[in-house]
Design a protein around this ligand. Structure first.
Ligand SMILES: *[C@@H]1O[C@H](CO)[C@@H](O)[C@H](O)[C@H]1NC(C)=O
Length: 340
């Protein structure tokens, strides 16, 4: 009799485990099915399989740009996510070569020849009206930090190029965070709506804490953009900043231009071949030349520390106004670091 009772209790435990497993599996399966109609089904599916099989690495390699369900962010820290992203960006030049020497596109899908002209031997931006104006939220890097960086970049890069280079204005070094409207998905707004957006961003900035950041690496993309890629040592993480801006700006485009974790600023855009004399020691191997140039920049700049304490709401009346000294209206907000 005792053995029968023991068998019965054991069977109940086994049955319970089976039922719980079945319910969990069924729930996850239904989640996958329900989302199979949406464009992001692949991502949900990847997320579910990474939960089941513990493959976090694969998940990170996925298209991060469109990840917009909040619990996924807890899978990897923003710091790890940024490192992986920067590794990938650094590989870009190896994989695609120096595409900008043919006719590259920027990260915003504009061919460079549309953006710049050579006039009397010097590079000038071609400004084009943005209709409707782009509304960008960017973190601002003060000239206390940007001027020394810009001077280092110019000193190290200028000797190899005959003017075929455009340097970011050091008064306008910025980290692109979140667009209320961009050129791929324009969101027209009235003056009142723009005022309301600016007020929402001002309120958000009060809850953000200044960021202590360190330059992780300098990267040259295959499109010829020389970027500084940063890590955060303290302050509000860019992932959180973007999530708060999204909540504050509900009409903003669903698809944003950059990964939620990235913290990058553009230093310069290379537009043409280095001087023949610069190439002599590299057997005309361009990619090798650029690698060495970037390595030297990294030796000088890696580890550079800065503090970011301003968020800007920018109406760009010209395409890429922040990058090309175009027309714009800037509203500047100090990060308040108030708890709420
Ligand atoms: C750089 O930006 C500042 C601030 O917007 C502006 O006053 C200055 O004219 C710009 N420099 C150039 C060369 O356009």
């Amino acid at each position: 009799m005792a053995r029968v009772l023991q068998w019965w209790s054991h069977s109940k435990t086994v049955a319970l485990i089976w039922v719980v497993s079945a319910v969990v599996f069924y729930t996850l399966f239904q989640m996958a099915l329900r989302n199979s109609n949406s464009a992001s089904s692949g991502r949900y599916y990847a997320f579910i399989s990474s939960l089941l099989f513990g493959s976090r690495e694969n998940f990170v390699e996925f298209d991060l740009a469109l990840m917009n369900f909040d619990f996924a962010d807890s899978l990897v820290s923003s710091e790890v996510r940024r490192s992986k992203l920067y590794d990938g960006m650094a590989r870009d030049l190896d994989e695609k070569g120096a595409a900008f020497l043919k006719q590259g596109e920027t990260s915003q899908s504009l061919s460079l020849s549309d953006i710049f002209t050579l006039k009397d031997g010097s590079v000038e931006p071609v400004l084009k009206a943005a209709i409707p104006p782009v509304r960008a939220n960017v973190l601002y890097l003060s000239t206390e930090y940007s001027v020394p960086i810009s001077e280092t970049v110019k000193r190290m890069v200028n000797p190899y190029f005959d003017n075929s280079i455009w340097f970011q204005n050091s008064s306008l070094y910025h980290f692109s965070m979140f667009h209320a409207s961009h050129h791929i998905t324009p969101v027209p707004a009235t003056e009142d709506e723009i005022e309301a957006e600016a007020n929402a961003v001002r309120a958000t900035s009060k809850t953000l804490c200044p960021l202590n950041i360190v330059l992780d690496r300098v990267v040259l993309t295959s499109t010829g953009v020389l970027l500084g890629c940063w890590q955060v040592t303290s302050g509000t993480d860019p992932t959180t900043i973007r999530a708060k801006l999204r909540a504050a700006l509900p009409r903003a485009p669903e698809k944003q231009l950059y990964d939620a974790a990235i913290l990058h600023t553009s230093f310069a855009r290379l537009l043409g071949q280095p001087k023949a004399s610069a190439m002599d020691s590299h057997n005309s191997d361009l990619v090798q030349f650029f690698h060495e140039l970037v390595a030297r920049l990294n030796m000088e700049l890696r580890g550079f520390r800065a503090v970011v304490s301003e968020l800007w709401y920018v109406e760009e009346y010209d395409v890429l106004a922040l990058a090309l000294n175009g027309r714009m209206k800037v509203r500047r907000f100090q990060l308040g670091c108030l708890t709420n």
